[in-house]
Design a protein around this ligand. Structure first.
Ligand code: 5GP
Ligand code: ZN
Length: 138
């Protein structure tokens, strides 16, 4: 399924041209237009899924396998020193394009970014940790 007015549906189908580095039946992988580093790429499914919640499990598996293969390929080709794989869901989590995608971000010693993609660290009590743990155990 495609979604009208979805930029990544149009890019994935080839309707809008992109710098494509890989393509198969399920995915197109393109260079990000506003990259965090040299080689920053996006794995985009050709079908429209807004986010991880909508993405079928088999597609999630295929996307992760592709990310692993491309991480190795890109690291060798770009001679980067490390690699981040990032995937945002929901506005509050930084998602700006609501068509599932995975960021492949090559990292270099001197790439001008924080070493770690950053967040604030909370200090939680043992009780709070136990409460969260109980909620999450299945
Ligand atoms: P998000 O914030 O949703 O996780 O990531 C969206 C990413 O898509 C951003 O890094 C942004 O630079 C990239 N992006 C948005 N529009 C386009 C576009 O038209 N072409 C390409 N190649 N990348 C885009
Ligand atoms: Zn879409």
């Amino acid at each position: 399924m495609k979604e009208e007015n979805c930029i990544f549906c149009k890019i994935a189908s080839g309707e809008i041209p992109s710098k494509t580095i890989y393509e198969d039946n399920e995915f197109r992988v393109i260079l990000d237009i506003s990259p965090a580093s040299k080689g920053h790429a996006l794995i985009i499914p050709k079908e429209h899924y807004a986010d991880i919640y909508e993405l079928p499990e088999d597609m999630a598996g295929h996307a992760m396998i592709l990310a692993k293969k491309l991480a190795a390929h890109m690291t060798a080709a770009l001679k980067c020193d490390g690699f981040n794989i990032v995937q945002n869901n929901g506005e509050v989590a930084g998602q700006t394009v609501f068509h599932f995608h995975m960021h492949l971000i090559p990292r270099y010693q001197e790439d001008g970014n924080q070493d770690k993609l950053c967040w604030n660290h909370l200090e939680l009590s043992q009780e709070e940790l136990e409460d969260i743990c109980e909620k999450l155990q299945q």
